[in-house]
Design a protein around this ligand. Sequence first.
Ligand code: SAM
Length: 330
Amino acid sequence: MGETARRLPDTVLRRLRTAGDWLRYGARLLERSGAAHGQGFLDAGEESATLLAHALGLPWEALGEALPRPMPVPAAARLRDLLERRALDREPTAYLTGEAWFGGLRFRVDPRVLIPRSYLVECLPTLAERLGAERVRRAADACTGSGCLAILMAKAFPDAVVDATDLSPGALEVARLNVADHGLGARVRLALADGLGDLRGPYDLIVSNPPYEPEELRSTLPDEFRREPAMALFAGADGMDVVRTLLAQSAERLSPGGLLAMEVGGLRGAIEVAYPELRAEWLPTADGSDCVLCATRAALRAGVTKPAARRASRGGTGRARAARGKGRAR
Ligand SMILES: C[S@@+](CC[C@H](N)C(=O)[O-])C[C@H]1O[C@@H](n2cnc3c(N)ncnc32)[C@H](O)[C@@H]1O
């Protein structure tokens, strides 16, 4: 399809007068174009409002007042470009605006990092209650991406120093910006590492939202999701490559009363088969997927050192479900 054919029609756009007209047009366009949501947004309406606010240079909360007013010409040009890139080129909204809101905080994002949507954000209060927020002194976030979970952990555990790792130098650059934005340079330490690398801990809490999709899923993802880094999503033929590493590393590096909390998408069955002796708990999540494994050091030491023979996992995963439209709320 040529460039001209991919532009939105002037005849329709000329009829849009107010910011509210553009909001409704954007939502309809995203619905009709079959754009996939789930990268931090629930639906086309939310994405349209976010793009409109960005084009107007307004915070989301100020949008209501702007809706009845005429759309300024420069903002209309900016929004047209954003809508074309979102609806026609399938760029994710968060990459277009350069930010994502997650756990009540703003994070910078770009195509070097996964757009934040981990279930772990729901689990942090439970973990703080169990461990005692003030008693956690050393924590780790393996596979930190944008640094969102490490930063939220540093806020939830005010006396903790958090080691945050990633195998992608680009992701760590984004994380560095976010750590600085939130003024946490003294407490969140970033490191290039495979899993936890040679960081020894011992940690009172290790969290991770690793890549956990089987490779075979790659070709089935909507275009928006393929714009995220492949290494943020896929982890070998069975999706378990990084999960295996982190289970083994955590068994060695948790403090005696420490906990591992790891999002594993649809891998629960595969983990239960591969580690039959692992007495893990599955933390509840609001949508009922309950896909966050939680294990003590003792459980990991008893259950992870001798995994059963590997078996390939089949079936959907958390991020694949998101790709099919089950969005993660802001
Ligand atoms: C699913 S993303 C999670 C990012 C972030 N924690 C979040 O929840 O938004 C997984 C991250 O793991 C990183 N990664 C992939 N393989 C890794 C490995 N072996 N060791 C450390 N990080 C890895 C990717 O670069 C990516 O940033």
